[in-house]
Design a binder for this molecule. Structure first.
Ligand SMILES: *Cc1c(COP(=O)(O)O)cnc(C)c1O
Length: 494
């Protein structure tokens, strides 16, 4: 037998002393960065040269020392962060990373388990963290099952696959063996126009097709109109179609509206429809005692999606899917190849594996950052964090309402505020205001003073500010309003 000499310090190995030095340097870099975020611009666009330097860089034939790599990160990557770490970043529902979550990702990478399943700590950490999520929002823990996913989109795919599986089983066929190739009544899913695009993507991927999606009317506040839904379901049944799922929102991505979940739960129970609740952004609002009543009915959902990487500040990627009937979820996904077959509590077996409940086989240790962030906060900390953002959003709404040149475009239910710059002389001209506000948004983004994004509401361009940074203060809200008004006034004059 020939053996090869191994240099224990050759890449990817690192001499332990050198690793320790590098890790300390990395920690210093990160600590300085986090401490200095507020003083810098929110966002800095990249020059063509900077983009090319990263995109077109060839991979060298020989490796580079990690000290040089750290330096390259410091000069080429760090200065061009997305911006969501800044307390004046109000764009989308992208939160800053909770500092303990940053540490957790480092620790998780050091262990690097696959959380497909087995009898190791990471699995039980995920069990606990997911149960805490259920408890925080009032979702039943007994008999249900939940798991972490890359985000709301994949979590939704898992939930709707379970819904599809149940519908087929109810009708006496198995979608996993038959697929959707045979002629059968069309499965239909009900949403509002404000449903997140991930529902549409899931419908496409699941072979339902976008035409399976029945858009139901909303009331003046953008909430799903239950009467319209009842009529739509009846009409579809009369036409020989197969209604199977209502995908409601607990915090729409556009305005943060919560659909009437209790009424929907009643209707879904009566019609045996799967009630899916997309709470990717907003479900954790149910952790605030004064807000809990708005979520009544959530506890009767068949599935809920929520994204700890949104309002809970767990570093991306961390989404979660909660399913009321855990056994059903397993039937929808379990596929165990011989080389992975284990017995419960024998050898490496442990509990039924996570890989039997979802799409992924190898699964990262996402749970650690959720587990640590939730424990750092505690139940009161979660509630206080969310409540503070609810208050700041109402404050922003009040500032908008008080400003003669601003117009609010939607009610504020959670921490999203939609408005536009609308000086009196342009109020009647939606076209002009659409164009003006798009430029206001772009100029504010480039300015680095604050950052907000857009949505379309009743056909009108709206500036959209999402408040979910743990360090955002009243002064930051004022700065945002000033930035919009100053920019608007300058552009309207020019
Ligand atoms: C963000 C979001 C999603 C999609 O989740 P990802 O984590 O981006 O995949 C779905 N629904 C709502 C309401 C969202 O805010």
């Amino acid at each position: 037998m020939t053996t090869f000499p191994i240099d224990e310090t050759a890449p990817p190995a690192l001499d332990p002393a050198r690793f320790r030095r590098l890790a300390h340097a990395a920690v210093d870099l990160v600590a300085d960065y986090l401490a200095g975020v507020r003083a810098g611009p929110v966002f800095q666009p990249m020059t063509a040269g900077e983009r090319a330097a990263l995109m077109q860089e060839p991979l060298g034939k020989r490796g580079i020392g990690p000290e040089a790599l750290l330096e390259r990160f410091r000069t080429a990557v760090l200065p061009h962060a997305m911006g969501n770490g800044h307390p004046r970043f109000f764009g989308w529902v992208n939160s800053p990373p909770a500092p303990v979550g940053v540490l957790a990702d480092f620790l998780a990478a050091a262990l690097n388990p696959s959380c497909a399943g087995g009898d190791h700590a990471a699995i039980y950490v995920e069990r606990a963290a997911v149960r805490w999520l259920m408890e925080l929002i009032g979702f039943p823990t007994e008999g249900s099952m939940g798991l972490l996913a890359s985000g709301g989109s994949t979590a939704t795919l898992v939930a709707l696959a379970a819904a599809r599986h149940r519908a087929a089983a109810d009708d006496g066929w198995n979608v996993r063996t038959d697929g959707l190739q045979r002629a059968r009544p069309r499965l239909r899913i009900y949403v509002t126009q404000d449903a997140h695009s991930c529902i549409h993507k899931a419908a496409e991927i699941l072979g339902l097709g976008v035409e399976a999606i029945h858009r139901v009317a909303t009331d003046d506040d953008h909430r799903l109109d239950v009467g319209a839904l009842r009529a739509a379901v009846a009409a579809d049944r009369a036409a020989g179609e197969r209604p199977f799922c209502v995908a409601a929102s607990a915090g729409t991505v556009s305005t943060g509206v919560i659909d009437p979940l209790a009424e929907l739960a009643d209707l879904c129970a009566a019609e045996r429809l799967w009630l899916h609740v997309d709470g990717a952004y907003g479900a954790v609002g149910a952790a605030v005692p004064t807000h809990r009543a708005r979520y009544a009915g959530l506890e009767r959902a068949d599935s809920v999606v929520l994204d700890p990487h949104k309002w809970l500040s767990v570093p991306v990627e961390c989404g979660a899917v909660l399913v009321r009937d855990g056994d059903l979820l397993r039937r929808a996904f379990s596929l165990v190849p011989d080389y992975l077959r284990t017995e419960i509590d024998r050898g490496f077996g442990g509990l039924p594996w996570y890989s039997e409940y979802g799409i992924q086989q190898t699964r990262g240790f996402r749970a650690l950052k959720l587990w640590m962030t939730l424990q750092h906060l505690g139940r009161d900390g979660v509630s206080d964090l969310i409540a503070r953002h609810l208050t700041l959003a109402r404050h922003l709404a009040a500032l908008v309402d008080a400003a003669p040149d601003l117009e609010r475009l939607a009610a504020v239910e959670l921490s999203i505020v939609c408005f536009r710059y609308a000086p009196a002389r342009l109020r009647a001209d939606d076209g002009a205001l659409d164009r003006l506000n798009k430029r206001v948004m772009e100029d504010v983004q480039i300015s680095g003073a604050a950052f907000l994004t857009q949505t379309t509401l009743r056909g009108r361009f709206a500036l959209r500010a999402c408040i979910l940074h743990y360090a955002t203060m009243e002064a930051d809200i004022v700065a945002l309003v000033d930035a919009v008004r100053d920019t608007g006034a300058r552009l309207a004059a020019g």
